[in-house]
Design a protein around this ligand. Structure first.
Ligand code: G3H
Ligand code: 13P
Ligand code: ZN
Length: 334
């Protein structure tokens, strides 16, 4: 008996296969924005509708539990109706970010996700292959696409903290992809999760005292592209840690002083290559937090959440439009 309760195709969601094919031939990357609440989802959808961009809306296991799995799948189905009501038909994939086990991936596939990531990057190579292949076998029965990962990114994902990154070994990618049948591959080339991607001593300082991080390992990416021509590569940990928001947070009572991200020029270069999905979470968190801090600090008597969540949502929409147009190159590609 089929254990799947929801067929994502009936809700209007799409998997990532066509999106990635077009992104690779078009020299841009599809944005994958994390969300866990209504205002974030509204901002992501409005920003992508207005820039006419395809979009991957993604949730971690923690975010799915935060929102509630039942409510979340209805939010995603509602997203399609919302887009239609605005006279748009941009393609939307609902993706599990950093799935930690076959069971988590299966639960998402069964409840209407169109794409899942199985993150076996912390396992041994053989174990990573085994769990990834198992997820692919189940997902492909329902035409759900699967993202795997090789190499380890430093930073925080749910409860998993990796202190050090391990770059992806190009000599492993062909074997991994052919043994697992995975549809796309996340690689480690110097990005990391969160708002502190580099320590100040890993960076150089420019004349204005701004910390400049070390460049991404484009040599590794080029080797991978040569081994797997036309194959979809994914970049995690790709927030720029926008200075404007870090400064605003600090100005209104926060303390994020040495936060450093990936420069936009590096991401633009990656998006022109085989990188066809770029994951952004931290920048959205920073934008929302910066505006909420500012509004509450300037309006001490305010206690209507709409008065601070509304402006935070507007700012997030602007950020998303900027990313799509200037960084990922996905604007106009829906
Ligand atoms: O890569 C991780 C994402 O930023 C999700 O973060 O696990 O705190 O929801 P989270
Ligand atoms: P950032 O923390 O750089 O936004 O990365 C997000 C991410 O990779 C989600 O999977
Ligand atoms: Zn990630």
């Amino acid at each position: 008996m089929e254990s799947r309760q929801v067929d994502y195709k009936k809700t209007g969601l799409v998997n990532t296969r066509d999106m990635f094919k077009k992104a690779i031939s078009g020299g841009y990357a599809v944005p994958a924005y994390n969300f866990n609440n209504m205002e974030q989802l509204q901002a992501i959808l409005l920003g992508c509708i207005e820039t006419d961009s395809p979009v991957i809306i993604q949730v971690s296991k923690g975010a799915r539990n935060y929102a509630n799995p039942v409510l979340l799948r209805h939010m995603a189905a509602g997203a399609i109706e919302f887009i239609k009501s605005k006279g748009s038909n941009i393609p939307v994939a609902l993706h599990l970010d950093h799935g930690d086990s076959f069971e988590t991936c299966k639960s998402c596939i069964d409840s209407g996700f169109s794409s899942v990531m199985i993150d076996g990057s912390h396992l041994s190579y053989e174990e990573n292959i085994n769990v990834t292949r198992k997820v692919v076998e189940y997902a492909h029965k329902y035409d759900v696409t699967v993202e795997g990962e090789l190499g380890i990114l430093a930073g925080i994902e749910d409860d998993v903290i990796a202190e050090k990154s391990t770059y992806t070994k190009p000599e492993e990618v062909e074997d991994f992809v052919s043994k697992t049948g995975v549809d796309s591959l996340a690689i480690s080339i110097g990005t990391s999760h969160g708002a502190y991607k580099f320590t100040p001593d890993q960076c150089t300082e420019n004349e204005e005292g701004v910390l400049i991080p070390p460049p991404l390992k484009f040599d590794i990416l080029e080797k991978i592209e040569k081994i797997l021509p036309g194959y979809p590569i994914v970049l995690h940990g790709a927030s720029s840690v926008v200075r404007k928001y870090v400064d605003m947070i600090d100005q209104y009572g926060g303390k994020l002083k040495d936060a450093v991200g990936i420069p936009e020029s590096q991401l633009r270069k990656a998006a022109r290559s085989a990188v066809c999905k770029i994951n952004i979470d931290s920048d959205g968190r920073l934008a929302v937090t910066a505006v909420i801090r500012k509004v509450l600090s300037e309006n001490k008597g305010e206690f209507d959440p709409r008065k601070y969540l509304g402006p935070a949502r507007d700012e997030l929409k602007q950020l998303i439009m900027h990313k799509n147009k200037e960084v990922l190159g996905s604007a106009g590609k829906a």
